[in-house]
Design a protein around this ligand. Structure first.
Ligand code: AHR
Length: 515
């Protein structure tokens, strides 16, 4: 359910100076007796592109690097990803995918040809991280690989052969080429994207032209084992509803998923997006307001999909989302380097709640991107690594992976700024396989704590525990000098009394409770 405003707070001038708690601000009913769809774990997916220092330096340093590594993957990042339970990882792009020729990335590394990365910084890519390096990483960490095929500058045959190379157990040419490069058995690859942003960097196609291309590629991308491939078509950019209409009309029968890309910019202006740190409250507010648009986008795209697919067989796959700020001053153009603050953790949590509410249609989402690029979970510099507030939000919310969503009815006060307002509180809940109920809460208001009075139906908890992510300032962040400035802490603001739960939710915080 969409949060509804309960109270309208005082004028901005007062709101910006107060930082005290207000009493009994929100009411919430947790309907554990009304289970909804499963929250697919893949909603907590990531995206890693050959862009800046995401792959090279962020994940891959090569086996000869002085940075501690396992077969070329940096150990600190491997350990951090393991803790995060990353369910699925999209690769190799992004825009990069539509200029990537997979055969350049197999065989002995020293003999692989280089390529020019025209989209991202104009750097020369040595192709040392290719199909084997990606799929072995996924296998090592128990992550589902999600491979994006080159539709823009590649050929149908190239795509067809790549799928054979990765998945065929037969005594066939591409499977034998894979064996010649040291991998006997096929990898488990189920998820495939047929092109990326084909309306833009992936080929500037019309929806009609892409729909035909999707069907053509799809015909030749074969299932080589009993595991049927999960085929994701390129979907709309934000609110391009016509793209969804055309794709669903022409190709719904051929696809398992339709992708949606939507980035959150503080200003909404690509030329001056807004800074990642040291931003005014106006940009805290506008970032959160803009990210909440995800709800409207999913609702409207779903309504179109429902016309052609009322049984919801085709998923809406939000395979690129997150914040996009002006690059860190001094960083290289095209590397999309940005800091990550408490604001990003709040953005992540708000989006998780939206995805949970649409779990019947949204079964996968991939944040852009995993390491060192855009809203990254992990930042590295030389041999150092830090976990960002976004990482901590993902880690706190991992309890919702594959759990059954539960209905939450919420009446929230507003967080007002100027003459605009959004709900101060956002919430969602789920029950996991062991029967544990988790309630996650966000307070978007940077000044006021909110007391949430929670009625519980269908659950009679004996105890409540929890963790909180918050900080003193809106742009609090971790640095290589102070890596733990923002990190989760035990939460003691939840009280159970006579079957009622009361939560004192601090200003600008994310809380996850276990009942
Ligand atoms: O994530 C960065 C870029 O944003 C991706 O390469 C592209 O698909 C999108 O426009």
């Amino acid at each position: 359910m969409t949060p509804r405003p309960l109270l309208v707070f005082a004028a901005l001038a007062v709101a910006t100076v107060l930082s005290v708690a207000r009493a009994a601000d929100a009411t919430l009913t947790l309907r554990a007796d009304q289970p909804g769809p499963i929250i697919n774990r893949n909603i907590y997916g990531h995206f890693a592109e050959h862009l800046g220092h995401c792959i090279y330096e962020g994940i891959w340093v090569g086996p000869d690097s002085p940075i501690p590594n396992t077969k070329g993957y940096r150990n600190d990042v491997l350990a951090a990803l393991k803790t995060l339970h990353v369910p699925i990882l999209r690769w190799p792009g992004g825009c990069f995918a539509d200029e990537y020729h997979w055969k350049d990335g197999i065989g002995p590394r020293e003999s692989r040809p280089s390529m020019f990365n025209s989209h991202w910084g104009g750097v020369v890519e040595n192709n040392h991280f290719g199909t084997h390096e990606f799929l072995d990483l996924c296998e090592m960490l128990g992550i589902e690989p999600y491979v994006c095929l080159n539709v823009g500058s590649g050929t149908v045959q190239e795509a067809m052969e790549w799928v054979e190379y990765m998945t065929s157990p037969a005594n066939s040419p591409m499977a034998n080429l894979r064996r010649a490069h040291g991998r006997q058995e096929p990898w488990k690859v189920k998820y495939l994207a047929i092109g990326n942003e084909s309306w833009g960097c992936g080929g500037s196609m019309t929806p009609e032209f892409y729909a035909d291309n999707f069907r053509r590629y799809n015909t030749f991308v074969k299932n080589y084992t009993s595991t049927r491939l999960y085929r994701v078509a390129c979907g709309p950019d934000g609110s391009n509803y016509n793209w969804t209409e055309v794709l669903m009309q022409k190709a719904a029968k051929n696809m398992n998923g339709l992708a949606l890309h939507n980035y959150t910019l503080p200003t909404g202006d690509w030329k001056k997006k807004g800074a990642a740190t040291d931003f005014p409250e106006a940009e805290w507010f506008s970032t959160l307001r803009n990210t909440l648009r995800m709800e409207e986008l999913i609702t409207k795209h779903t309504a179109i999909m429902d016309k052609y697919d009322p049984e919801k067989k085709v998923a809406l796959v939000v395979d690129e989302w997150g914040t996009w700020y002006d690059k860190t001053p001094g960083s290289k153009d095209g590397f999309l380097v940005q800091q990550n603050t408490l604001r990003d953790a709040i953005v992540a949590a708000l989006n998780f709640h939206i995805f949970h509410r649409h779990a019947d249609r949204v079964t996968m989402a991939n944040i852009a991107q995993m390491v060192n690029v855009l809203q990254a979970a992990i930042l590295t510099e030389g041999d150092k690594m830090i976990l960002t507030p976004t990482y901590h939000a993902f880690e706190m919310f991992k309890v919702h992976q594959d759990a059954t969503s539960l209905r939450v009815d919420l009446l929230s006060p507003d967080y007002s700024f100027g003459d605009e307002k959004i709900a101060a509180v956002s919430a969602s809940a789920s029950r996991d396989a062991a029967g544990k109920v988790h309630l996650s809460l966000v307070n978007t208001d940077p000044h006021h704590a909110v007391t949430v009075a929670c009625a519980l139906a269908g659950v009679e908890p004996k105890s409540v525990t929890g963790r909180i992510l918050t900080a003193a300032t809106m742009d609090a962040h971790n640095t290589f000098a102070a890596p733990d400035a923002v990190k989760p802490a035990p939460f003691t603001g939840a009280q159970l009394e006579n079957g009622e739960l009361t939560v004192a939710l601090p200003a600008k915080s994310v809380v996850v409770l276990e009942l």
